[in-house]
Design a protein around this ligand. Structure first.
Ligand SMILES: *Cc1c(COP(=O)(O)O)cnc(C)c1O
Length: 232
């Protein structure tokens, strides 16, 4: 974060991020309305989240079902237009809880989870938007399906009656992310999938220029998180 940026108000940070998204979109010949900003509020308490809601932000991302279940119901009751995105790994035994709470799930990455989600969606009658997470840098410690497993996973989702809205990735840390974004965009085109959930605080402008439809921004909106509470 640039010096002084942590003293900015939530509304000022939000304006800055939105202006940068609009500028990157314009450079790529896209409209700012083509990009959904997800404020990743993991580890942040309601006192940090509320000012962003009051400044107009409606899309929020969490990486843990448990944390989101504890934090969001009261905020949502107060602000019904909020849309909640799950951006972290999902265990199959939490599929029902996730379907009940989230409007979008960005971490579909294996056949067993597709099956669990299909059952939960049928049972609840709720149908969150679903993104397939791709392990774009082939990193063993990260979630996401292998690039080679993507065609079968998409076919399995279709068979289970699940519409897939897009692909999601988290490029390897400490490398230039643009080639990974471009690869994800190519995979999405090849499979006829429209959504692209990619780009975080350090690289969302680059993602927007490579056709991201959803950017997931935490630190640039909230300031630095306490370390050691992340997990992917
Ligand atoms: C934490 C997280 C983000 C946001 O990261 P920042 O660098 O704080 O913007 C985005 N996507 C996922 C999957 C995350 O876990």
């Amino acid at each position: 974060m640039a010096p002084g940026e942590d003293e900015a108000s939530a509304g000022e940070r939000l304006d800055t991020v939105k202006a940068r998204i609009a500028r990157a979109a314009a450079k790529a010949g896209r409209g700012p309305g083509e990009v959904t900003l997800i404020a990743v509020s993991k580890t942040q308490g309601p006192e940090a989240i509320r000012p962003l809601i009051e400044a107009g932000q409606r899309g929020f991302g969490e990486n843990r079902v448990q944390e989101a279940t504890e934090k969001w119901p009261p905020l949502r009751a107060a602000f019904p237009a909020i849309r909640l995105h799950l951006v972290g790994r999902l265990q199959s035994n939490k599929a029902e809880e996730a379907v009940a709470l989230f409007d979008a799930i960005h971490s579909v990455d294996r056949p067993s989870l597709v099956d669990a989600l299909a059952r939960a969606i049928e049972k609840s009658g709720r149908a969150p938007e679903l993104f397939v997470q791709v392990n774009i840098g082939d990193e063993p410690q990260k979630g996401g399906c292998a690039i080679g497993a993507l065609p079968d996973l998409l076919a399995g989702a279709e068979e289970a009656g699940l519409a897939i809205a897009g692909l999601m990735c988290l490029p390897p840390a400490e490398t230039e992310p643009a080639p990974y974004f471009a690869l994800l965009a190519k995979l999405a085109r090849r499979h006829g999938v429209a959504g692209l959930s990619m780009g975080m605080s350090g690289d969302y402008e680059s993602a927007v220029m490579i056709d991201a439809t959803h950017v997931r921004v935490g630190t640039a909106l909230f300031g630095a998180r306490e370390s050691g509470r992340e997990g992917r």
